[in-house]
Design a protein around this ligand. Structure first.
Ligand SMILES: Cc1cc2nc3c(=O)[nH]c(=O)nc-3n(C[C@H](O)[C@H](O)[C@H](O)COP(=O)(O)O)c2cc1C
Length: 221
């Protein structure tokens, strides 16, 4: 698989097979991903990889919590600005339409949307997950480094025949994640990532993208 194929075949997969992911494969991927760039080579990520019984326990606790309607943990960062302006607002709405129409859920059917969202905390059935933390004293450029690192991980997973779904949803139940991974106080959870073999029976709609001219400007003579 070349880099274009890895980039084009990566997508947020929300349906995984029960097939285990060998820990050696995850080690190989994370070892290669350490070569991701970061400003002044700070490597500001700290990753917990969770599989097996601890992941089952985490899924159980998180899903029970969400199903019981427990309030989210207090925010350590805003996932999105409160008043999302154009064109981001429209892109977010388009994403919601794409995601829920793939599941046959009507836009107004809030309960069905909630039920679909709960699958986040079951890792969409994935047998492996990672949780990406950052030192809370670091700043915006280091958060950008996390993004580069996580994309590197997701592309390497494609090279191993695996798929993934990055999930900020886990930050909403960060205390439950902390109960399982016991991070030191100076670390803050950015997101989780479900990892596994895709279930080909799960239908999806490939998300669209803005035209290149909307997001890139080429300046030349
Ligand atoms: C930082 C980050 C957090 C995300 N959080 C979630 C999430 O909590 N749940 C989810 O289902 N998808 C989540 N996604 C997946 C995005 O919805 C998805 O990447 C986007 O819609 C583009 O679709 P694609 O990845 O399939 O190309 C997240 C993606 C990123 C990069």
């Amino acid at each position: 698989m070349n880099v274009y194929q890895a980039v084009e075949s990566r997508r947020a997969v929300r349906g995984f097979l029960d097939r285990p992911v060998p820990v050696e494969v995850l080690r190989r991927v994370l070892a290669a991903a350490t070569f991701a760039p970061s400003g002044s080579n700070l490597q500001p990520w700290h990753i917990y990889v969770v599989t097996g019984a601890p992941l089952c326990q985490l899924k159980k606790l998180a899903t029970e919590r969400v199903t019981a309607g427990d309030p989210w943990d207090e925010r350590e960062f805003e996932m999105y600005p409160r008043d999302l302006k154009s064109p981001y607002r429209e892109r977010r709405s388009a994403f919601g339409r794409e995601r829920y129409s793939a599941l046959g859920i009507e836009r107004e059917d809030w309960e069905a949307r909630q039920r679909a969202a709960i699958a986040n905390w079951d890792c969409f059935g994935a047998p492996a997950a990672l949780f990406c933390y950052i030192d809370r004293d670091l700043g915006r450029p280091q958060w950008a480094d996390l993004g580069m690192y996580l994309q590197t991980v997701m592309l390497l997973l494609r090279a191993e025949g695996l798929h993934s779904c990055p999930q900020m949803a886990w930050s909403q139940v960060r205390r439950t994640v902390a109960d399982i991974v016991s991070p030191p106080d100076h670390l803050m959870l950015f997101c989780g990532m479900s990892i596994g073999y895709e279930d080909p029976a799960v239908e999806y709609i490939r998300t669209g993208r803005a035209a290149l001219d909307e997001t890139a400007t080429f300046i030349s003579d």
